[in-house]
Design a protein around this ligand. Sequence first.
Ligand code: M6R
Length: 624
Amino acid sequence: MCGIVGYVGARSVVDVVIDGLRRLEYRGYDSAGVALVYQPEGADPYLAFDKKAGKLANLEAVLDGQDRSLEASCGIGHTRWATHGVPSDRNAHPHLSADGRIALIHNGIIENFGQLRAELEADGVEFLSDTDTEVAAHLLGREYAADGDLTEAMTRVCARLEGAFTLLAVAADDPDTVVGARRNSPLVVGLGDGEYFLASDVAAFIAYTTDAVELGQDQIVTISRESGITVRGFDGKPSEGKPFSVDWDIAAAEKGGFETFMRKEINEQPTAVADTLRGRIDETGQIVLDEVRMSDQDFRDIDKVFIIACGTSYHAGLVTKYAIEHWTRIPCEVELASEFRYRDPVLDRSTLVVAISQSGETMDTLMAVRHAKDQKARVLSISNTVGSTIPRESDAVLYTRAGIEVAVASTKAFLTQLAACYLVGLHLAQVRGIKYADEVSAVLDELVAAPGKIAKVIENLEPVREMARQCAALGTDRVLFIGRHVGYPVALEGALKLKELAYLHAEGFAAGELKHGPISLIEDGTPVIAIVPSPRGRSLLHDKIISNIQEVKARGAKVIAICEEGDRITAAHADFVFETPASPTLLSPLLTAVPLQEFAAELATALGRDIDQPRNLAKSVTVE
Ligand code: M6R
């Protein structure tokens, strides 16, 4: 949610900043801006800025037309996902102080901005935007005017702000300094050779360095070619960040020959799932978590599990409920993180809260984690981002190893979350004493075999693409998804993918619920995608969904079935079948979700949508 970059060093500052913004554009793309400080020889330094509504390309077009004979010495850049004020040139960042000496960019929400704005307006300050950010720019300008020290000024300003924010600022008469501050919002430092970077995430600077520093909560960082990096707390006390090395390279953030990041990421799923499983099962067959600040006894004492997450991660949680309850017999509830803390859930020391978040920064999930911790519950997080806030605040962590996911629509993050969730379920079962020891070891074997099966699904997706193109050509305006058991969350995920990418009305239903209302949505030709469970094993489920297929067909639906290979019964009833390799029911979402991702991507592409950056969305949602 908003991408932020700062740079001080000998390279072309504008190139580094724009390059960083390009890699962070997935965080928000409704406007972009830069502020650059120049130090001409024999003249006073000065500040220049440009900002433009729309995608980064609009800003680049403006910058391309400018005289570049003088290089800036430091700068900041921002790509926005609007919270306060419509996407427009005037609301784009940076925002300037009243005297024009300070430029500031912001990610997050300043919750007390109304009160601060009223106070500043009463003092005669004229506001030029509708954003909450502008109050911070004016406050910083005033504080900076007092002593000309940007770091001290930022420290005093942060003491007045409430909410979640990452701020970066430069001053017109300080050509060697960028100051950043963070509270409840991400900011990392990149360390180069005599050059320093600040960014919302490491993707912005891995082209230049893999050495990074993680900042703690409520910290202020100053980067300068002359003095390097200094960190202090909001209380002014000197502090230190935590150094780490980024273990993926620039190639991982590029499209690698695919037309879009989403297509590349769909194709990376077999590797991503294999990487997530690799080394997680030790020589004795026990599952190993990454960071555990809980004893085995703590795990044994757990009598209830809550899973909290948002969007796609929530759907991974819904699948996990079936697995955890079956393998451990512990009651498990799944809740949208944004709702969790507002309904006063019953939590105590024997409750395990599993927080699932690809980014590890989703504000709704972070707040739910903090609420759970306040109530003394234990928190285990599943995240794709090492060092992000949610894992840092959790008692135990299992990282998915999907690598960077750039497309806004989650694909490989979802599959690796499922893989990690299965490991957590099995870990709980093992620590507590395995009830179904044979089944658990068989499931582990099947999990290890899953990447190969996912690869087989991906190789055979062309008929799904053809079906999607037909739907687009027919002017389909709605698609329904139905499933039972773990097929139900997969149906929800398929519908979410189609909504966010194609902007079509798409709904996922528990197949049995159709007859209680939604069946009235079906008209002649309405596509219904049915996630059909294996005809083996829990065949009762299979029979039931075949009945549901017949019900919708009787009302004119065109049924597209995702079923197990060799399922002749489904083939006889559906208009189109896509077969996936045989798999245990609980693990089947690893396979059945993939054709739905491809269906949404192809239908959206046929409709001319931007599938990497759908409208109104952002990859990392760091506001509540
Ligand atoms: O980073 P998180 O997993 O916490 O993100 C949660 C949702 O915002 C996310 O899963 C979103 O629904 C997907 N991008 C949709 O494809």
